[in-house]
Write a protein that binds this ligand. Structure first.
Ligand code: PRP
Ligand code: URA
Length: 210
């Protein structure tokens, strides 16, 4: 399947960590650790083309010009599972702001329900990275992108670990302007709208609530 907004990150270290995240024998502690590691590796690729601006400095020897990110970065983890990715990313972008967005999928309708939202005041001026390990039906991601755009966000990227074709299609229809990065594009959704082969319920695997 060919999706124009989708980038699959094939880096060997990303793929190896995904292998262990998928494995049902990986316990909560290792799952959390590896999710943070893979998220850092992914964001390294995701930020490859982020705009820079020149800035003057003085080395111990003379004046020089260097580069810094043109804009501040805002991470928007979709709670709960998105939080499992944020520490790994913050290790690489420690000055990033974090805008939390609480969404859960209603068990019957599978539609996202909002329960918390706190974005930085100046989110509109920042580079925004929305993170959630799972892109299943795409309902949660699409809702999150609606909230971020309504807050004035324009430079937005969505990053997940595992995507389904249905989820990518939904995002491309609802938010055709948003680049999507994933470590894997999986086969399909099951009757409960879980990704196959997937990795199970990401929130439960991070927090040991299964
Ligand atoms: C999971 C996942 C996404 C959503 C994906 O969260 O982390 O947010 O489901 O499904 P969708 O693409 O069909 O919307 P969940 O609702 O289980 O909440 P949790 O993170 O609190 O476990
Ligand atoms: N949410 C998850 O955590 N996993 C899935 O496969 C689908 C939605």
């Amino acid at each position: 399947m060919d999706f124009k907004n989708l980038t699959i990150l094939h880096h060997p270290l990303i793929q190896q960590k995904l292998f262990y995240l998928r494995d049902k024998r990986t316990n909560n502690l290792n799952f959390r650790m590896m999710l943070n590691e893979i998220s850092g590796l992914m964001v390294y690729e995701v930020t490859r083309n982020m705009p820079l601006r020149e800035r003057e400095l003085e080395t111990p020897l003379e004046k020089a010009v260097g580069y810094v990110l043109a804009k501040e970065v805002t991470l928007v983890p979709i709670l709960r599972a998105g939080l499992g990715m944020s520490d790994g990313i913050l290790r690489l972008i420690p000055h990033a702001r974090v805008g939390h967005l609480g969404l859960y999928r209603d068990k019957k309708t599978m539609m996202p329900v909002e329960y918390y939202r706190k974005f930085p005041e100046d989110i509109a001026e920042t580079e925004i990275i929305v993170i959630d390990p799972m892109l299943a039906t795409g309902g949660s991601a699409a809702a999150a992108l609606d909230f971020v755009k309504n807050a004035g966000g324009t430079a937005i990227t969505f990053v997940c670990l595992v995507a389904s074709p249905e989820g990518v299609l939904h995002l491309e229809k609802t938010h055709p302007d948003i680049p999507i990065f994933t470590a894997a594009l999986d086969r399909e959704l099951n009757e409960h709208k879980y990704i196959l082969p997937g990795l199970g319920d990401a929130g439960d695997r991070i927090y040991g609530t299964e």
